[in-house]
Ligand binder design. Structure first.
Ligand code: SF4
Length: 537
């Protein structure tokens, strides 16, 4: 890899761009001071002027002997790979390096297997704004139907990550700022069952604040999108290590279990098992603490009320809100001693010898008490049959994970790389004629206007995300449809080229094209992108 300096070749930003009237070729030099030894990258509005042997400001494009090339390989998916780590295969084009000795191509051009090959946007290159057709508009056959896949790397300013953290711990209040390296890069949104949601990045942080805020938001989004770990802090809340597909680490402790339900749900789920082995069960939870004998479940089992009086706001029988503050203790509350949420015992109802289980919603915390003569709970060793139920609560908890979803709006410019009349692409997607994928992973298309897509980064190839310093995220996006539908939506049909040509030569354009390809096996969880309807909202 050539040496990179972030300032290499950055142009004076005050010079206007002169569009190439002749078509899609290179723009003429924007001023006479521009050295002829440099090439200009027009893949984003920064328009780096790059010296020979150097890369541009984003590290994605380089000047190789006077040819602007996309330095990463374009990622191709196959249903199955004969070699688990296939070699990089160079395209037959300027700027490409010769194939490594002994390197075997994983596909020999056998068209019978052409519908096992899918060109992704990862490494495919792009232009922004899209004044020219997308770099790959690939014609192929799927089940004998002529298909087209329009492949590009989208440049997204309007994009964010929605992050789901499976935890009961208190991460921070709703709307609290999330910081990365000291900069505000997002906020806490709603809590959902067993999880806390975060919104990270987004155009407000990318472009609406200081330069440092934008850079940090971008760095965080790229890291998390590429399945790497990043540490954030939440104002008035916790510190948090997030990594897609891994357990969150809250205040230095790795989370283990995602609860089976709230305190009330846990009471209901295990009520029949508790009846007979305990006289009262309290499932401690920051949101809804459940009390078995008062709860509908206990009443249906004819359990006599225990006389327990709880702190907190009674909602409905056996369900209490706000028994304690949110925190990192029992059931996502701030308590270490569960007895602190018991206000007292009703005289004449509560009886000495009463057996009380207190547990959290995950079973991670659990204690067993017996009331003494003064109706004071005294901790005792937990009987084996009770312990088994507590363990079952734990067994029913799923592993705690961080889930990172990329959410982006494919604006009119990106659509212009697909069709001369961008709105027709939107309409065709909404009519389920065009499947939208990101790196081959199914993208959920939001209802309403525009093409707003959301994708689980775990289903995308590794290192799918890049950045440009505008600042914006670079993410792969592909639109697959029948050839006749592509023509009907005003597609750039003159730039459709067959799969075998795409595999031999790479992108149709010469300026900034990738020079190598790399095979990756499609994730087993993903449907094959061709011949699928889009995931519409
Ligand atoms: S894509 Fe990268 S190299 Fe090209 S102009 Fe933008 S920052 Fe520079």
């Amino acid at each position: 890899m050539t040496e990179h300096t972030k300032t290499d070749g950055l142009p004076g930003m005050d010079v206007p761009v002169i569009p190439d009237a002749a078509g899609f070729g290179k723009a003429p030099p924007r001023n006479e001071r521009m050295s002829t030894a440099k090439v200009e990258c027009n893949a984003c509005p920064v328009l780096c002027q790059i010296s020979d042997g150097r890369t541009g400001a984003c590290d994605r494009y380089a000047n190789r002997d006077g040819v602007l090339v996309r330095v990463d390989p374009v990622v191709l998916l196959r249903r199955a790979l004969s070699n688990p780590s296939p070699a990089l295969v160079p395209f037959a084009r300027d700027g490409a390096e010769p194939a490594a000795e002994g390197a075997e191509a994983d596909w020999n051009g056998d068209l019978l297997h052409a519908d096992e090959v899918f060109v992704t946007g990862v490494g495919s290159s792009t232009t922004y704004p899209d004044y020219k057709p997308a770099p790959f508009i690939v014609g192929s056959k799927a089940r004998d139907v002529d298909m087209v896949t329009v492949v590009t790397e989208g440049i997204f300013s309007y994009c964010s990550l929605k992050v789901k953290i499976d935890t009961d711990r208190f991460l921070g209040a709703e709307q609290a700022n999330v910081r990365y390296k000291g900069e505000v890069v997002g906020h806490v949104t709603t809590a959902e069952y067993g999880s806390q949601m975060l919104s990270l990045g987004g155009v407000h942080h990318l472009t609406g604040g200081s330069k440092k805020e934008g850079r940090m938001a971008l760095e965080l989004m790229q890291k998390l999108g590429n399945k790497q770990a990043a540490e954030c802090t939440i104002d008035g809340g916790s510190s948090l290590v997030i990594q897609a597909g891994r357990a969150p680490i809250v205040n230095g402790v790795e989370e283990q279990r995602m609860r089976v339900g709230c305190g009330s749900a846990a009471v209901g789920i295990f009520a029949r098992q508790f009846a007979g082995v305990a006289d009262e069960v309290v499932v401690v939870d920051d949101h809804i603490t459940g009390v078995l004998t008062q709860h509908q479940a206990g009443r249906c089992l004819d359990m006599p009320e225990s006389g327990i009086k709880m702190l907190g706001r009674k909602s409905t029988p056996g369900r209490y809100f706000q028994v304690a503050n949110p925190g990192n203790g029992w059931g996502g509350t701030d308590i270490a001693d569960p007895l602190s949420i018991i206000e007292g015992w009703e005289e004449g109802v509560a009886k000495p010898g009463l057996r009380l289980l207190m547990t959290s919603t995950t079973g991670e915390h659990a204690q067993w008490y017996v009331l003494d003569e003064a109706l004071k709970p005294v901790e005792q060793p937990m009987p084996a049959e009770v312990k088994r139920i507590v363990e079952r609560i734990g067994e029913n908890c799923e592993p705690s994970l961080c889930t990172v979803l990329f959410l982006g709006g494919a604006g009119g410019s990106l659509r212009a790389g697909v069709t001369e009349n961008p709105v027709l692409l939107t309409r065709a997607i909404k009519r389920a004629l065009v499947n939208v994928t990101c790196g081959g992973a199914p993208a959920y298309v939001w209802p309403g206007g525009g093409i707003t897509v959301m994708v689980d980064v775990m289903r995308m190839p590794d290192n799918s995300f890049g950045t440009v310093p505008t600042p914006a995220i670079v993410a792969p996006i592909e639109f697959s449809m029948r050839l006749e539908d592509y023509a009907a939506l005003g597609g750039h049909v003159e730039h459709v080229f067959p799969l075998q040509e795409a595999l031999a030569r790479g992108a149709w354009q010469d300026d900034g094209a990738p020079v190598t390809r790399q095979w990756v096996r499609i994730d087993d969880a993903n449907p094959w992108p061709l011949g699928q309807p889009p995931m519409l909202g």
